[in-house]
Each structure stands twice: as structure tokens, then as C-alpha cells.
Design a protein around this ligand. Structure first.
Ligand SMILES: Cc1cc2nc3c(=O)[nH]c(=O)nc-3n(C[C@H](O)[C@H](O)[C@H](O)COP(=O)(O)OP(=O)(O)OC[C@H]3O[C@@H](n4cnc5c(N)ncnc54)[C@H](O)[C@@H]3O)c2cc1C
Length: 459
């Protein structure tokens, strides 16, 4: 027997649940499928748990620096890893439980637990059940990439997902991957008390950013005692007694880094290989991402792909924005497109790096006249008051249109302050729109109008 629905949503990531609720509210009988934990990556193994752990790590960091603020702590600062994990688990449980309760409590939504797989463009199988609907929405997210490193199968390695079960302190954590996920874990574990080495194959960390940004982030991490090994092109791993040895170079000494634990943080692959997409005729690219148009329709009419699986974003806010785009086009008779958004994201090291729009490298390559406004965090009152003056603010403006092209804010509260820039860019207003804005003193954001008032040609 086949069960008929008006809509099927596969996956409860950041787009699926709000979309299922909107579809049901529009009168569609909607099924939503989840094979694992409700809320997907962000809620269970991504943003929420990592930022909760980062908060514990920061507490340890500030406690160790207490004397800088005139505060005396008698005795050593110790981190209770089981309690750190328990706190993280509690925060996660609240969120995942909230998503599940919301879906189960919404009239018109049927929650089905199990792995969904297409049998055809209109039929999805979950265990013994076969479901059909004229509209199917895929939000199945991604999982950590396991790189083809020699002898990796002989080693117990960790990924960003299995790190969530760690309730002990690794003595020496080797992190392969010097990008967002790897660097957040590296700093977090250093602050918990591990010795940490980051291994990166590229010549610099977070290589998609400008060189100055990469170097500043590297210095911030090295200042806390993290070892960074770049240009690691000759990777291999082996068990050495109780330890793990990672070969990083074939020529340069030391060739090996030896540690107690190994975390692989080299990117993510889309969960599209086990969906039966070929039976539905849904096209993917060479890396497995589902091909979509500007409104997130796949090549098969009646099937949409939202979130990390479409390769058009890799963040919670892009996945949620995908939901808004599909809902607006389908249910609100508005026209919204993916191409209307520009890149915004943060690296939640401490201090964080917040980014919007294009980089300086991209601005130069555009050949347009570009202006830059800059300020070191050492000249931001809030940063000095907090004794946390590492980093800088860079804002780029198109010399002709006067529009903001991009920004890199590296410093305390940069992840909040960036929204001054994001909002002006979204409004399509010239940078002068906020040059005379009165911002609250003493904040990081108060200096953004000042930065915009001191624009110079980008050389
Ligand atoms: C360590 C880490 C930290 C991160 N930090 C941030 C951050 O700070 N900010 C940020 O914006 N982003 C962050 N991200 C990225 C963010 O988590 C994702 O971009 C976000 O979760 C969007 O994912 P999604 O909606 O595409 O799907 P996901 O959240 O990945 O959810 C997909 C869901 O589909 C389910 N599923 C898969 N296949 C099937 C199937 N066949 N049948 C049924 N169910 C299925 C999965 O079990 C999962 O629950 C982080 C990611 C990681 C790994």
C-alpha cells in the first residue's frame, strides 16, 4: 500500500522543519522524515554544541587570565570534562527536543523516523512504508569527509561528530584541517588544557581568506600555544604504541607529529549518495551536490533541494534562507532567489572572525576602483577595556557606486558588529548611509561609522 501526501520533506536540518510547518499551514498534508536526531547537524553536532563547548573553553581561558583583571584565583584552574560535556548535552537536548516537539505538535505534519530513499520521482520508501507526493523537498545535509590518508583505517580517529562524545582531555590533539571546524576545536581543546597541533595542507590557515586575515588568526592561535604546521602535503598516519604519528612532510624535519588523539576536520560531503537520486532522475554535480536553479528547484519538476546538499551555502543561516526562498516562491507568490544573498559567516575562534561579501583579493581582481577603511582593535575602546586587543576591522567600498563590497572584522564581538555592515549591504544603501549614525559608546560597533569615514583607495 502506498500512503499519499501533498508534500514530503526528507531531513530535519535547518530548512526542513520550518518548511514542513509552513506547508502544513498552507493546507498540505505533509510528511517529514528523519533518520537520526531531530534538528540535524547544527543542533546535534554543529553550531549549537560547538558554541556551547567554546563557552566552557572561554570560561577556562578567562579564569586563567584572572590576574590580568586584578582577580585572584587561589589554586589551579581545572576543567572538568565530564561536566563540560554534560552541559553541552543539556543545551543540545533542549534544542533537538524542541524541534521534535514542534513538528509532532503541528497539525497536518506527520513525523516518520527512518531513512528515506527515492523509488521514483514521486515515491519515497522509509523502511516498509512507501509514501507518495507531488512535491518533495530534500534537506539531508552532510557529514564529515574522511580523507584518503595512508593507513588511516588502522587508527581510531575522531571527526567533528564523534568529538561530541568526548568527555576526557586528550593529552596531545592533532587536528588535520586548518579551516573553520578544525580551528574552533583546536582553540577549544587548547583552552581545556590539551597540547594541540594543527596540520594544514595549504600554505596558510583558512586559505580562502585574505593573507593578512590568515596570518592574524594564526598568530592568535600560536599566542595560546597551539602549534601550526602548514604545507603538509605528504600526509600519512600510523599507530605508534599508544600514540598516533602523522607524517606531514617527506623532506622537511620534523617529518612526523606524534599525538594521543587525531581529529579529522577537512570538510564535509553531502548526504546524497544513499538517497536513490538516480531513481528519481535528480542530477548531482561531480562532488555529489544536487544541482538546483536560482529558486532551489532540481532538474526534476516537483523536487527541491535545500541546505548544504545544494552546494549553495554551508551554514545554518543559508539553509534557513533556502527555506525562506522556497516558501516565498511556492506559498507567498513572491519572487526570491539564492543570487539575492551575499556571503556572510563567522569563524568562532576567540576573538571571532566575521566576514561579509568579498575579500580584498577578490576586490582587487574585480578591476573596479575600491576604497578600504581599516582600524586595529587596539584602537577600539571596548577591546582595550577588555584587554583583548587582537585583530582589526577592514571594510571595502566600491569607489563608484559607494556600496559596501565586503568586510573582515577580526576581534572581540566582531560576530555581532558585522551586522551593521550586513544590514547596509542588504538595504543596497551607500556606505554613507551610516557614516553619521550615532552608535552606543563603548561598543565595537560604534567604530564602524568611524571606519567608514576614513576610506582610502585600496592599493
Ligand atoms: C562542527 C560544526 C560546526 C558548525 N558551526 C556552524 C556555525 O557556527 N554556524 C553556522 O551557520 N553553521 C555551522 N555549521 C554548519 C551547519 O551545521 C550546517 O550548515 C547546517 O546544519 C545546515 O544543514 P542542513 O539544513 O543542510 O542539514 P543538516 O543540519 O545536516 O540536517 C540534515 C538532516 O537530514 C537527516 N537525513 C539525512 N539523510 C536522510 C535520509 N535519507 N532520510 C531521512 N533523514 C535523513 C540527517 O540525519 C540530518 O538530521 C557547523 C557544522 C559543523 C560540522
Amino acid at each position: 500500500m502506498i500512503e499519499s501526501f501533498d508534500a514530503i520533506v526528507i531531513g530535519t536540518g535547518q530548512a526542513g522543519p520550518p518548511l514542513a510547518v509552513r506547508l502544513a499551514q498552507s493546507g498540505r498534508k505533509t510528511a517529514i522524515l528523519e533518520r537520526n536526531r531531530f534538528g540535524g547537524t547544527c543542533v546535534n553536532t554543529g553550531c549549537i554544541p560547538t558554541k556551547t563547548l567554546i563557552a566552557s573553553a572561554r570560561a577556562a581561558y578567562v579564569a586563567r587570565r584572572a590576574a590580568d583583571f586584578g582577580v585572584t584565583i587561589d589554586g589551579a584552574v581545572r576543567v572538568d570534562m565530564p561536566r563540560v560535556k554534560r552541559r553541552k548535552d543539556e543545551v543540545v537536548a533542549q534544542s533537538t527536543g524542541g524541534v521534535q516537539k514542534w513538528l509532532r505538535g503541528t497539525p497536518g505534519v506527520t513525523v516518520i523516523e527512518g531513512h528515506g530513499r527515492f523509488e521514483s520521482a514521486r515515491v519515497v520508501r522509509v523502511g516498509d512504508r512507501r509514501l507518495t507526493a507531488p512535491e518533495i523537498f530534500i534537506n539531508t545535509g552532510g557529514r564529515p569527509t574522511i580523507p584518503p590518508i595512508e593507513a588511516l583505517t588502522q587508527i581510531d580517529y575522531l571527526t567533528s561528530s564523534s568529538m561530541m562524545d568526548v568527555d576526557f582531555l586528550p593529552e596531545l590533539l592533532i587536528v588535520i584541517g586548518g579551516s573553520y571546524v578544525g580551528l574552533e576545536f583546536a582553540q577549544m581543546y587548547r583552552r581545556f588544557g590539551s597540547r594541540v597541533t594543527v596540520i594544514e595542507m595549504a600554505p596558510r590557515l583558512i586559505a580562502r581568506e585574505d593573507e593578512e586575515v590568515s596570518q592574524a588568526v594564526q598568530s592568535i592561535l600560536e599566542n595560546e600555544g597551539i602549534t601550526v604546521r602548514l604545507n603538509a602535503k605528504c600526509l600519512a598516519a600510523e599507530r605508534r604504541g599508544n600514540d598516533i604519528a602523522v607524517q606531514v612532510s617527506c623532506e622537511e624535519e620534523p617529518r612526523d607529529i606524534v599525538g594521543s588523539h587525531l581529529l579529522l576536520a577537512v570538510g564535509r560531503v553531502p548526504n546524497t549518495d544513499d538517497l536513490g537520486l538516480e531513481r528519481a532522475g535528480v542530477a548531482t554535480d561531480e562532488r555529489g551536490f544536487i544541482k538546483v536553479d536560482d529558486q532551489l528547484s532540481t532538474n526534476v519538476p516537483g523536487i527541491w533541494a535545500l541546505g548544504d546538499i545544494n552546494g549553495r551555502g554551508a551554514f545554518t543561516h543559508t539553509s534557513y534562507n533556502d527555506y525562506e526562498i522556497v516558501a516565498a516562491n511556492l506559498l507567498d507568490h513572491e519572487t526570491r532567489r539564492v543570487s539575492d544573498r551575499f556571503p556572510v559567516y563567522a569563524l568562532f575562534t576567540d576573538p571571532p572572525l566575521a566576514r561579509a561579501g568579498i575579500t580584498e583579493r577578490e576586490a582587487r581582481a574585480s578591476g573596479r576602483p575600491v576604497l578600504i577603511g581599516q582600524r586595529p582593535m587596539a584602537r577600539v575602546g571596548r577591546a582595550r577595556e577588555r584587554s583583548e586587543t587582537q585583530g582589526f576591522m577592514h571594510v571595502l567600498v566600491d569607489g563608484e557606486t559607494r556600496r559596501i563590497l565586503g568586510a573582515a572584522l577580526l576581534g572581540i564581538e566582531a560576530d555581532e558588529a558585522i551586522h551593521c555592515i550586513v544590514d547596509v549591504m542588504t538595504a543596497g544603501a551607500p556606505f554613507t548611509a551610516i557614516r553619521r549614525a550615532v552608535h552606543i559608546h563603548p561598543t565595537v560597533s560604534e567604530l564602524i561609522p568611524t571606519v567608514l569615514g576614513e576610506m582610502q583607495p585600496l592599493i
